[in-house]
Design a protein around this ligand. Structure first.
Ligand SMILES: *[C@@H]1O[C@H](CO)[C@@H](O)[C@H](O)[C@H]1NC(C)=O
Length: 176
């Protein structure tokens, strides 16, 4: 029977641990939401009938809207990921992402409205940034909430002028 010198035993243990860790790192993520680097991107799409740029008491969720999660490399802007999802009856979408996207800018972008009467988009307001890496100090996998994104009505509703004025008054700083 061969006997290993006592000192090599801890080394073997370390080697075994490294092998196991390496195998784990290369194994495919079992499910997108739980594996390492797995995220669920979720958020809501709504109609902004007044083109206010924020939610008002006349904004409504849009079911059946399509959004795309797009990731582009910081450096050359090359597209690294594009995944689509459709909103449910409450206007919420959910996209499962099974990889870490460090060094990429990821955004949820409006693709198609589920409401023909509210289907306009405006440049830069049709998207929401979402960080899809666990290496950014947030140290959290799992669910990432994107800001709500709006489609606009082509013509604002008749009441919008009055309504927005009310919001302005409400938000105005208190007079001393
Ligand atoms: C929304 O708010 C405005 C201003 O306060 C009000 O006049 C209007 O009736 C409200 N509309 C709804 C649908 O609640």
């Amino acid at each position: 029977m061969t006997r290993l010198p006592l000192a090599t035993a801890p080394l073997l243990l370390v080697a075994a641990a490294v092998l196991a860790a390496t195998a784990a790192a290369y194994a495919p993520a079992p499910t997108a939401s739980k594996g390492p680097g797995g995220f669920v991107v979720t958020g809501r799409v709504y109609c902004d009938p007044c083109r206010a740029g924020f939610e008002t008491n006349v904004s409504k969720s849009i079911p059946g809207a399509t959004v795309a999660v797009e990731c582009r490399h910081y450096g050359d802007g090359a597209e690294k990921l594009k995944a689509e999802a459709t909103t449910d009856e409450y206007g919420w979408y959910k996209v499962e992402i099974d990889q870490d996207h460090q060094e990429e800018i990821c955004e949820v972008v409006l693709a198609k409205s589920g409401d023909p009467a509210c289907s306009e988009t405006e440049k830069f307001r049709d998207r929401s940034r979402v960080p899809l890496t666990s290496n950014n100090g947030l140290k959290q996998n799992g669910i990432r909430y994107a800001n709500p994104i709006a489609f606009f009505r082509k013509e604002p509703l008749a009441d919008c002028g009055y309504l927005l004025q009310q919001y302005d008054l409400k938000d105005a700083p208190e007079t001393p």
